[in-house]
Design a protein around this ligand. Structure first.
Ligand SMILES: CC(C)(COP(=O)(O)OP(=O)(O)OC[C@H]1O[C@@H](n2cnc3c(N)ncnc32)[C@H](O)[C@@H]1OP(=O)(O)O)[C@@H](O)C(=O)NCCC(=O)NCCS
Length: 163
């Protein structure tokens, strides 16, 4: 499997490796009020056979990360974040599209779903722009501020174009 592909000027999207973990954890911690326990990312890499872990590399650094859980023909986007210094440059969208297209083309992915905070307007906008639609809500799902989770699903991956 080709795990590495250049997507635009200097940006590389590739599978996550152990050497990325420190930067991945740093991105997680700066991006979320409820970051994952640090050991979780090592577990995803080493032990969770349904995990598909990706990073986007720019300037020799990890600029974004994504973990998806592949279950038969569905992918649950478990986490996605772009380093604050690299936001708004299209990297979040590219790593998500790349992960989805790779799973579609190599593993038969037909559907993707995720949860997102109801007030996370940027993430909601990113998902909607890719065709994700809201199909549910979990009341007071996030325990730090009792924010609702919006459930979103993408049923048609045919229109997505990877690089
Ligand atoms: C959500 C997140 C991953 C987006 O990453 P990013 O690399 O900045 O995203 P992109 O530059 O690829 O932009 C993707 C889309 O997000 C939306 N977006 C990005 N920046 C935005 C802004 N400042 N205002 C409004 N919408 C914005 C747009 O829809 C954009 O698509 P478009 O450029 O085609 O209009 C990033 O903001 C992040 O890491 N946030 C913190 C962690 C998080 O909330 N993760 C999602 C959990 S569900």
């Amino acid at each position: 499997m080709n795990l590495e592909s250049p997507v635009n000027s200097g940006l590389i999207i590739r599978r996550m490796i152990h050497a990325d973990l420190e930067q991945v954890i740093a991105i997680d911690q700066v991006s979320f009020t409820l970051p994952w326990p640090q050991r979780s990312f090592r577990y995803e890499l080493d032990e969770n056979f349904v995990s598909r872990c990706w990073v986007a590399e720019a300037d020799g650094r990890v600029a974004a990360m994504l973990v998806g859980w592949m279950m038969v023909d569905e992918m649950h986007i478990a986490t996605i974040a772009t380093h604050p210094e690299y936001r708004g440059r299209g990297i979040g969208k590219k790593i998500l599209v790349h992960a989805l297209c790779t799973a579609r083309d190599k593993e038969g992915l037909v559907r993707a779903f995720l949860e997102v905070r109801e007030h996370n307007d940027i993430a909601l906008s990113m998902y909607r722009s890719l065709g994700f639609v809201e199909d549910g809500r979990r009341k007071e799902y996030y325990k730090d501020n009792n924010e609702d989770a919006i459930l979103m699903t993408l049923n048609d991956l045919g229109h997505l174009q990877g690089d």
